[in-house]
Ligand binder design. Structure first.
Ligand SMILES: [Zn+2]
Length: 489
């Protein structure tokens, strides 16, 4: 079937940059764009009216966690653990995951897919669903939804815990030596998953290697990950420099910053996505001054990508210093949603605003920068010249943004309005591989009312289980003080 999208204001890619094509026509056949221009004289089986719509390439989210994050809502925010440098990971966050059942995870993964689509995301890198639901279940659930996803299976040599709320320890690690058994077993499992499911669901589901973080994988695991990536042509991602505590731990363990450690392990490179990279050398929370910006330059020199997820850190009072500086020094910057809300539009808007604030300069982190990060830069990180752009030969992954909405009208420049103001309610239609997944702002086949009811039931049950999994048996109210007092009388 040959389908034409007509009459829209199209963000079309000319081979080197995005341009605005007024009253353009985008034609796709099957899952591929076959024509972009002012007119089209060929046969069309179907015409889609895009008048009063900004027609953009589907957004590329290069870092997200579908399974657990809907349940972090309310549980995180308005407070952190000061003793572990304001990260919620190491103490208060620990009781959440073991309190979530597989049934809860199923609901949250479906919810997450719908939430991503509703914010115009068509490609997502996801970490967590496979481990939460199992290889086949996760692949089937996400695959059938129609979204394009990279589902990653985690590898961990150990995990972290604290007995007293300030001294963070690591299982399978005696302070010098990791017990390698678990990590290598998981790496083998990840390779099996990749062999079986990479390219499934019409190649919409892909996968690559995911040693979870610099502080929970041994040097041997990183070494073997690099070897496997080279042998099989796989990408790698990991969590890097996301907290001051782990930045300092790596200095203590190896005498290297997390970025130097990864560089020495041969992990940095054009096939590597560094999740977060917030507390790098020279960052104000690192306690490690660096007027030469060595960590950022390592990323740039090796052609690595950063998955920038500003919202989750902003809740703890932490920001990258700064997105525009990384760009200036030549790092490929993509954007991700990490935790909640799973709304890339809000991440994009905050990425711009925060960087301007950190630099105290309005002309940095521009709408062009952010638009590129969420489209071509993310696609380039995934080595996908067929994503993140509306061009002949690219996948028909397209989103319509309403121009006749409170946010988008009136406009002088549609991209500036889009980056600064657009919300998921402005997303009208979304196509992935030519299939319509969102129509009139609704995710087709997703019953919102039912999903919200079921998720709330899960959330209530999870809250009941949390004290059983907290080291001090703390309730949700103890861990996160309620906001307003209850009405009395
Ligand atoms: Zn993450």
């Amino acid at each position: 079937m040959i389908i034409g999208i007509e009459g829209g204001l199209v963000v079309a890619f000319d081979g080197s940059e995005h341009r605005l094509l007024e009253d353009g026509i985008v034609v796709f056949e099957g899952d591929t764009i076959v024509h972009v221009g002012k007119s089209y004289s060929g046969r069309l089986d179907k015409r889609i009216d895009a008048k009063k719509r900004l027609v953009i390439p589907g957004l590329v989210n290069i870092h997200s966690h579908f399974a657990s994050n809907p349940f972090s809502k309310s549980y995180r925010g308005d407070g952190t653990t000061r003793e572990v440098y304001n990260s919620d990971l190491f103490d208060r966050g620990r009781a959440l995951s073991p309190s979530i059942t597989k049934e809860d995870y199923e609901k949250s993964v479906s919810f997450s897919v719908a939430r991503q689509l509703k914010s115009g995301v068509t490609t997502v890198v996801e970490m967590g669903a496979v481990d939460a639901l199992g290889n086949r279940e996760s692949t089937d659930l996400v695959g059938k939804s129609g979204i394009r996803a990279y589902l990653l299976k985690a590898v961990r040599s150990g995990t972290y815990y604290t007995e007293d709320g300030h001294d963070v320890k690591f299982t399978n690690f005696d302070g010098n030596i990791w017990d390698e058994t678990q990590g290598f077993k998981q790496l083998e499992g990840a390779m099996k998953f990749i062999e079986e499911y990479n390219g499934s669901h019409g190649d919409r589901i892909r996968s690559f290697l995911y040693p979870s973080a610099v502080y929970n994988c041994s040097p041997a695991i990183f070494g073997e990950t690099r070897r496997l990536a080279d042998e099989h042509g796989l990408l790698i991602t990991s969590h890097v420099s996301e907290a001051a505590l782990t930045f300092r731990e790596l200095l203590r363990w190896y005498g290297k910053t997390p970025m130097e450690f990864l560089h020495d392990m041969g992990i940095l490179g054009k096939d590597f996505i560094a999740g977060h990279s917030i507390v790098v050398s020279g960052h104000s929370a690192s306690g490690y001054s660096d007027p030469w910006d060595k960590d950022i330059r390592l990323l740039a020199e090796t052609g690595s990508t950063v998955a920038h997820c500003p919202i989750v850190f902003s809740r703890y009072g932490i920001a990258m210093e700064s997105y525009s500086k990384f760009l200036r020094l030549g790092v490929n910057m993509g954007i991700g949603t990490d935790s909640f809300p799973q709304d890339l539009l809000r991440e994009m808007s905050l990425a711009s605003t925060l960087s301007k604030v950190i630099e105290r300069e309005a002309s940095v982190a521009t709408s062009i920068d952010i638009f590129n990060s969420a489209t071509v830069c993310g696609a380039n990180a995934l080595h996908r010249p067929d994503l993140g752009r509306i061009a002949v030969g690219a996948k028909a992954d397209i989103a319509f943004i309403k121009l006749d909405s409170f946010n988008m009208s009136p406009m002088m420049d549609p991209i500036r309005n889009f980056i600064q103001l657009a919300e998921s309610s402005d997303v009208d239609m979304v196509f992935v591989g030519g299939e319509t997944l969102v129509e009139n702002g609704e995710v087709i086949g997703f019953d919102e009312e039912q999903a919200f009811t079921e998720l709330q039931r899960s959330m209530d049950e999870i809250a009941q289980r949390i004290p059983n999994n907290d080291r001090l048996g703390r309730s949700v109210e103890d861990l996160m003080a309620p906001t307003f007092k209850k009405w009395e009388g």
